[in-house]
Design a protein around this ligand. Sequence first.
Ligand code: HEC
Length: 162
Amino acid sequence: MGEAGPGLSFPGIGEQKGHMNIGKSAAIIAGALGCALVWAQDQPSKSVWDGIYTKEQAARGEPLYKQYCGTCHGESLEGIEMAPALAGGEFLDQWSGQTMGDLFERIRATMPRDRPGKLSRDINADITAYMLSFNQFPAGNTELSRDTQVLKQIKIEAAKPK
Ligand code: HEC
């Protein structure tokens, strides 16, 4: 956050009478606190390497992927013509640094390309779990969430953290 926090974004307020200064300092403090809170909330606490889906969920996702995505993105997620690959280097580079929430919303809101937004959160979560397993991220004991806010806490990292 630069020096112009949210509390300072009203032009001219600082130039007004002396008693405004208390309000101004309070605004600066509130602004700084706000920044710290936002920062804490925005830091994803997990990554795709933490076992964020189950084997069973990915197995459920496989036929769903084939039914809803495979015709365009390929049976092996390799991509066909206009539809990009959903596995491997380029795909992971593209998404590395973003969160599972970003990827989930991208899929949920824009895919399948020919009927965007038509699939339920459950189906999208299962398909996303299958994509994770195909990309060789480890399975764990809890299913991948269908809740975008929860998924925003999970960072996508192409390379396993040391
Ligand atoms: C009718 C063809 C079609 C179907 C079906 C389809 N997609 Fe796509 N998909 C595309 C095309 C074309 C693009 C690239 C253009 C765009 O982003 O809209 C794309 C882009 C994507 C992207 C962004 C990839 C990137 O790295 O930027 C993701 C993720 C994705 N699709 C996932 C899915 C999933 C999951 C399904 C099944 C639920 C699905 N798609 C079904 C055609 C399709």
